[in-house]
Design a protein around this ligand. Structure first.
Ligand code: TXD
Length: 319
């Protein structure tokens, strides 16, 4: 059976990391696309030259033309500009929305059967715009944010509890913004819910609250440290987790920005919710029971996403 084809639209910090991680996990052949001449070609050649040392077989190609993504099984989109210190994710809409329109047209023309994972910020609005611009079925277009936000939450908890990251599970719902909703009740260690761990004295409620806050602001913390861009290792690893679940039909239950058609009381909106990802793309949106506080936090996050999508509709009424 021929190897899968993975197209990476955007060959920047995340795109280059995606290219390497896709190879290390032997997901398939990789095509790196960018509008900057030389960058996709140089990065793909450099990674290809590492394959004999790293010990995996994959074809790598760099391109500035959408024709080269033809027939891709998975397309991961990072095209656009990242935040700089002092910028909010919504400051990126003006530039990145136009980029999503171009990328959507390229996917529509050359890879209409692909499973598309959008990473570009502001994520919940950009994935909505990408689905509209590409015209692909909504269950084949998904946004990466929840896996990253949950990974941050899991890391901070594992560090605080001094346990393996492998045994820490966490759920983050809502938009990929500072009002995201880390679900303490549905997070824990080896099945022991966080509230029980607090009762067992593993951590104080204040410590857990501080971890929730640090998770919410995790993106900004790295932007302020790097100064020249935003996080890229953990975002890339998170998107690869989603692509793997699709390509290997793993039916992982992952928090992703998925298209809602009534779930959580929302329609025609992308929002971070638990979904099952398999060979059919987003195969199921999982509606979990939320208590009053959790619902209030989710409603606040939904309002932020709706505002961003409203801005997109004003800029590009054709979407
Ligand atoms: O969790 C999440 N979803 C976020 C997403 C986590 C971290 C970063 N987040 C966003 O991903 C970030 O705010 C940016 O919007 C994207 C990509 O971040 P990255 O760090 O990879 O940005 P780079 O290094 O600037 O790479 C972007 C590339 C760069 O090479 C540009 O030349 C290219 O995008 N680019 C384009 N490619 C194709 N088509 C167009 N029009 C285009 N414009 C720029």
């Amino acid at each position: 059976m021929a190897r899968a084809k993975i197209a990476l639209v955007g060959a920047g910090q995340i795109g280059g990391t995606l290219a390497l991680l896709a190879g290390l996990r032997e997901l398939g052949d990789v095509v790196l696309f960018d509008v900057v001449e030389g960058v996709p070609q140089g990065k793909s050649l450099d990674i290809a030259e590492a394959t004999p040392v790293l010990g995996f077989d994959a074809k790598y190609a760099g391109t500035n033309s959408y024709e080269a993504i033809a027939g891709a099984d998975v397309v991961i989109v990072t095209a656009g500009v990242p935040r700089k210190p002092g910028m909010s994710r919504s400051d990126l809409i003006g530039i990145n929305l136009k980029v999503m329109e171009q990328v959507g047209a390229g996917i529509k023309a050359h890879a209409p059967d692909a499973f598309v994972i959008c990473i570009t910020n502001p994520l919940d609005a950009m994935v909505w715009a990408l689905q509209k611009a590409s015209g692909l079925p909504a269950n084949k277009v998904v946004g990466m944010a929840g896996v990253l936000d949950s990974a941050r939450f899991r890391y901070f908890l594992a560090d605080a509890f001094n346990v393996s990251v492998e045994d820490v599970t966490a759920f983050v719902l809502g938009g990929h913004g500072d009002d995201m909703v880390p679900l303490v009740r549905y997070s824990g260690v080896a099945g022991i819910p966080l509230p029980d761990l607090v009762k067992m004295g593993w951590a104080t409620q204040e410590k857990v609250d501080a971890i929730v806050d640090r998770t919410r602001k995790g993106g900004g913390e790295i932007v302020n440290l790097l100064k020249t861009g935003s996080a890229f290792y953990a975002p890339a690893a998170s998107a690869i987790e989603m692509a793997t679940s699709y390509l290997r039909d793993k039916k992982r239950l992952l928090p992703c920005a998925a298209y809602l058609s009534g779930e959580y009381g929302q329609s025609d909106l992308y929002l971070g919710v638990p979904v099952i990802i398999g060979a059919g793309g987003v195969e199921r949106v999982v509606e979990i029971e939320l208590n009053a506080d959790e619902k209030a936090m989710l409603d606040k996050s939904i309002a932020s996403v709706q505002e961003l999508v409203g801005e997109c509709k004003k800029i590009l009424p054709s979407l």
